[in-house]
Design a protein around this ligand. Structure first.
Ligand SMILES: [Zn+2]
Length: 417
C-alpha cells in the first residue's frame, strides 16, 4: 500500500513532464512574487502581505487559515493553516515570513541569474522553504494521499528577530506543537546529504564586577585590592581557558569598565569615565552562550558562577544568566528516527544517504521552541548560498527534487508507526 502511493506520488511529479513544468513554473512564480514583497521583520505591512498570499493559497487547498496578531510584542504576526484529521502522525510544518532585509535595504528584488540560480532577499532563508511546504502539500492533496491527517503549517512573522518575551511571541507555535507528533523545519538545506537533528540553545549572560574605588598607588594592597577591571579580566580569561568543550561556545560581546559606568543593556551601549590614578569601581561584561543540551548549559553556568565567585581582593561579582533565549533542540532518539526515515526515503529516490548535520555549525531557529513537544527535523528547505547577505541565492535545480522529497517525507511520516 505504502509503496503504491509512493509510486503514485513520484508519478505525479515525474511522469507527465508537461504537468510538472506547469507546477514548477507556478511555484517559482509564487516564490518570485513573495520575494518581491519586502518582509523585513520590522516591515509589518510587508510581512502581512506575504502572509495574505499564503492565506489565499491555503484556503484554495481547503485548509483552515488564521492570522495571529502580534501587536503586543511589537511584531507583524504569524500565519497558521490547518487541515484537521485524526489518522496517522500529526505533523507541524515550520517556516517564517520575515527576512533580515528591511525596507531600507538596497537588496529588494528577485532576479534569475541563469538556468539554475536565482537571487533575492530571503529567497533561501526562507521564502523558498515556505513555497516548498505549500507545493509539497499541494502534490499530496492532489494525489489524495493525506485525506484525514492533521497537518498544521506555521509561518512565523518574526523568526529573524523574535518579539519579546518569547513566551508570548512563540506561544501559538508551542500550542500547535503540543497537539502535534512531529515538527519539520524548512530552513535552508545543507545539501541532499544532511538534515538537522539538533540545534544549540542561545542564551545571554551579564557579569557585573565591583571593586573598591581608591588611589591607584595602593592597588594590590590588602586594603585596596585589584579593582574591577583586573577582576573582570581574570574571570574572562578563566572562561576562555577552563570552559571549553565540544558544542559549547560563549562570547563576551561588550565590556565596559572604569570608575563611573552607565550601561544600557537593551541597546548594548554605554558611557564610562575613569582616571589613570583611580582604581576602578565598576566593570560590566555582556555576552552570549550556546550549548547543545540543557545539561551542558547548566554545567557551564555552574562553572562560570564558581569562577566569578573566586574574587580577587576587595572585589565582588554578580553573574546573571538570562533564560528565555532560544532553547536547545537536543539530538533525541525521536529526532534520529526521523532522520532514519528521511535517509531511507532519500536512498529510495536515488538521492543518496542523509546524515546528521553538525549542530555547532548552525544557528538557533524556531524549531528549537517546539523541540520539547515533538520529534523534529530541520534544514529541509531549499539549497542556496549567502543567506542574510547581499548575494543570497537559491539553487533552482535541486529545488524541485527537494520539494518532491519533502512531500514523500510528509507522506511517510504520517503513515509511520
Ligand atoms: Zn531562517
Amino acid at each position: 500500500m505504502k509503496k503504491c502511493i509512493l509510486i503514485l506520488l513520484l508519478g505525479l511529479f515525474t511522469a507527465t513532464a508537461g504537468a510538472q513544468d506547469i507546477s514548477d513554473q507556478d511555484a517559482l512564480e509564487f516564490l518570485e512574487a513573495n520575494v518581491n514583497i519586502n518582509s523585513g521583520t520590522m516591515n509589518f505591512d510587508g510581512v502581512r502581505r506575504v502572509g495574505e498570499n499564503y492565506m489565499q493559497a491555503y484556503s484554495d487547498l481547503g485548509f483552515d487559515t488564521e492570522w495571529v496578531n502580534q501587536d503586543h510584542v511589537n511584531r507583524a504576526g504569524h500565519f497558521f493553516a490547518e487541515q484537521m484529521g485524526e489518522s496517522g502522525k500529526k505533523i507541524l510544518l515550520i517556516g517564517h515570513l520575515d527576512t533580515v532585509f528591511e525596507d531600507d535595504s538596497p537588496f529588494q528584488t528577485y532576479e534569475v541569474l541563469d538556468e539554475t540560480t536565482a537571487k533575492g532577499p530571503g529567497v533561501n532563508d526562507m521564502k523558498a522553504g515556505n513555497v516548498m511546504i505549500l507545493y509539497a502539500l499541494k502534490a499530496l492533496k492532489e494525489a489524495g494521499a493525506i485525506p484525514n491527517a492533521q497537518i498544521i503549517v506555521a509561518l512565523t512573522g518574526d523568526e529573524e528577530d523574535a518579539g519579546h518575551p518569547v513566551s508570548e511571541s512563540r506561544k501559538h507555535l508551542v500550542e500547535a506543537a503540543e497537539r502535534s507528533d512531529v515538527g519539520l523545519g524548512f530552513e535552508t538545506a545543507s545539501g541532499f546529504s544532511y538534515a538537522t537533528v539538533a540545534r544549540r540553545a542561545s542564551y545571554s549572560w551579564k557579569l557585573e564586577v565591583t571593586g573598591k574605588q581608591a588611589h591607584s598607588s595602593g592597588i594590590f594592597s590588602d586594603n585596596t585590592g585589584a579593582g574591577s577591571i583586573y577582576e573582570a579580566s581574570r574571570i574572562l580569561n578563566r572562561f576562555y581557558e577552563d570552559l571549553r568543550e565540544e558544542n559549547l561556545t560563549y562570547n563576551a560581546g561588550v565590556m565596559i569598565g572604569g570608575n563611573e559606568v552607565t550601561y544600557d543593556e537593551e541597546n548594548m551601549r554605554g558611557s564610562v569615565s575613569g582616571k589613570t590614578n583611580i582604581v576602578p569601581k565598576t566593570t560590566t561584561v555582556h555576552g552570549g552562550i550556546r550549548f547543545l543540551t540543557m545539561e551542558q548549559g547548566e554545567r557551564a553556568f555552574e562553572k562560570m558562577k564558581a569562577i566569578a565567585g573566586e574574587s580577587l581582593p576587595q572585589t565582588s561579582s554578580e553573574l546573571t544568566i538570562y533564560e528565555g533565549g532560544y532553547p536547545p533542540m537536543e539530538p533525541t532518539s525521536g529526532n534520529m528516527e526521523l532522520l532514519g526515515t528521511l535517509d531511507e526515503l532519500s536512498r529510495d529516490m536515488g538521492l543518496g544517504e542523509v546524515e546528521a548535520f553538525d549542530p555547532a555549525k548552525r544557528g538557533a531557529a524556531d524549531i528549537s521552541f517546539v523541540a520539547d513537544y515533538v520529534d523534529g527535523l530541520d534544514g529541509l528547505g531549499a539549497m542556496g548560498s549567502g543567506a542574510h547577505g547581499p548575494n543570497e541565492t537559491i539553487d533552482l535545480d535541486t529545488y524541485k527534487e527537494l520539494t518532491k522529497r519533502a512531500a514523500l517525507l510528509i507522506y511517510r511520516i504520517v503513515n509511520s508507526e
